[in-house]
Design a protein around this ligand. Structure first.
Ligand code: NAD
Ligand code: DAU
Length: 352
């Protein structure tokens, strides 16, 4: 039986990874370690919270002593590390929070895993760091894609902190021969996406007839992947990825922000029974994000050719599913936007 520690499992992507592992591998013991920051929401996992192979642990990866104690108590075979501060705009106003969780937290986790594993050798162990395509910087030539060989060139405090954490993970693989593997993924979208990010924010604002803030001229390009496809890629890499390697994950699915927002407006008009063109009138061009990266685009051939992974959903289908999820789960969205979701832990877990 494998014991796997997933960090950040109450967040957007982490909750999809936890669900996949808990349901697909009933023989595994899955621990979800999460601090429950503003981005952590245990309601994301309400459907599996009583599964016999699942345990939630509230904890902070910036607390080295807490992690050492945890690894002394739980015989962890594998770590899938997703816990992070994840929003670029927040990194511009509070970079230190990103240094603490993304850099210091990752090094604490590496140390705790190394110290508990080293005594019996690293056989059967694996430390998987989930990272982002933003570490590669910004593409300006339309023919170019990020490959695993693209030099790091992070441009925001968020991407600088993720780049630093990637370097530490590789350094532990090189220096201490820790069994590490990494992936760098493009923009995710789907159910449970926190409504500070572009797609859920737009869905929320369209539904409530609020302005749709498009940064700059809306010409920045992002490469979107359905979150469940990212979780499937993480499963594939965790089990079959070569130690010491990095895999880029993406959907070959580039959209200019303004085109994406217009598509969302049109889908929402249809679903809400509004005349076509109604929601697009809410589009408002606002001051650009400082240092806004122009274009991200992932070359995902390595994971496709070597590990046989590929995206399962076309974008239009994924976007329809996502809009349907948000419209059918208005209580989730209302709880998040009102802040009520943060009492879920107290009501469900505090006395367990
Ligand atoms: P998220 O912000 O939705 O979730 C982050 C989770 O980490 C939350 O549950 C939060 O409570 C937890 N967390 C934060 N600080 C913590 C701490 N100090 N200790 C323990 N837990 C803590 O993020 P996400 O969008 O799901 O991203 C997950 C990971 O995937 C991140 O590492 C991010 O860099 C990476 N990533 C995200 C995307 C994307 O499009 N969202 C794309 C590529 C990579
Ligand atoms: O590429 C992977 C990254 O994708 C992840 O590592 C990050 O954790 C994740 O947050 C995401 O970063 P982005 O900055 O690309 O995502 P965001 O949803 O914040 O913005 C997407 C694009 O939309 C970006 O060009 C900025 C723009 N935008 C965003 C918001 C929130 C707007 O025009 N208006 C907005 O209100």
């Amino acid at each position: 039986m494998k014991t796997i520690l997933i960090t950040g499992g109450a967040g957007f992507i982490g909750s999809h990874v936890v669900r996949l592992f808990v349901t697909k591998y009933p023989e595994y013991r899955i621990y979800n370690l999460d601090k429950l920051t503003y981005a952590g929401n245990l309601a994301n996992l309400s459907d599996i919270e009583d599964a016999p192979n699942y345990t939630f642990i509230k904890g902070d990866i910036t607390d080295a002593k807490f992690l050492e104690d945890l690894f002394a108590e739980v015989p962890v075979d594998g770590v899938i590390h997703l816990a992070a501060e994840s929003h670029v705009d927040r990194s511009i106003t509070d970079p230190m929070a990103f240094v603490m969780t993304n850099v210091v937290g990752t090094v604490n986790l590496l140390n705790a895993a190394k110290n508990s594993w080293v005594a019996n050798g690293f056989d059967g162990k694996r430390f998987y760091h989930v990272s982002t395509d933003e570490v590669y910087g910004s593409l300006h030539n339309p023919e170019e894609f990020f490959t695993e060989e693209t030099p790091y060139d992070p441009q925001s405090p968020y991407s600088a902190s993720k780049a630093a954490s990637d370097h530490f993970v590789r350094a532990y693989g090189n220096t201490y021969k820790m069994p590490v593997v990494l992936s760098n993924c493009s923009n995710n979208y789907g159910p449970n996406h926190f409504p500070e990010k572009l797609i859920p924010l737009m869905i929320h604002n369209i539904r409530n007839n609020k302005p749709l803030p498009v940064y700059g001229k809306g010409e920045n390009v992002r490469d979107w992947l359905y979150v469940v496809d990212h979780a499937r890629a993480i499963d594939t890499i965790f089990h079959n990825g070569k130690l010491g390697e990095t895999y880029n994950i993406g959907g070959f699915n580039e959209w200019r922000n303004i085109d994406l927002v217009n598509l969302l407006c049109s889908i929402m008009d249809r679903k809400l029974g509004r005349p076509e063109g109604t929601s697009a009138q809410l589009i408002t061009y606002v001051t650009d994000r400082a240092g806004h990266d122009l274009r991200y685009a992932i070359d995902a051939h390595k994971i496709m050719n070597e590990l046989g992974w590929e995206p399962s959903l076309q974008f239009e289908e994924g976007l329809e599913k996502t809009v349907d999820w948000f419209l059918n789960n208005q209580e989730w969205l209302d709880n998040v936007t009102s802040g009520n979701y943060q009492s879920y832990y107290e009501s469900m877990y505090a006395n367990r």
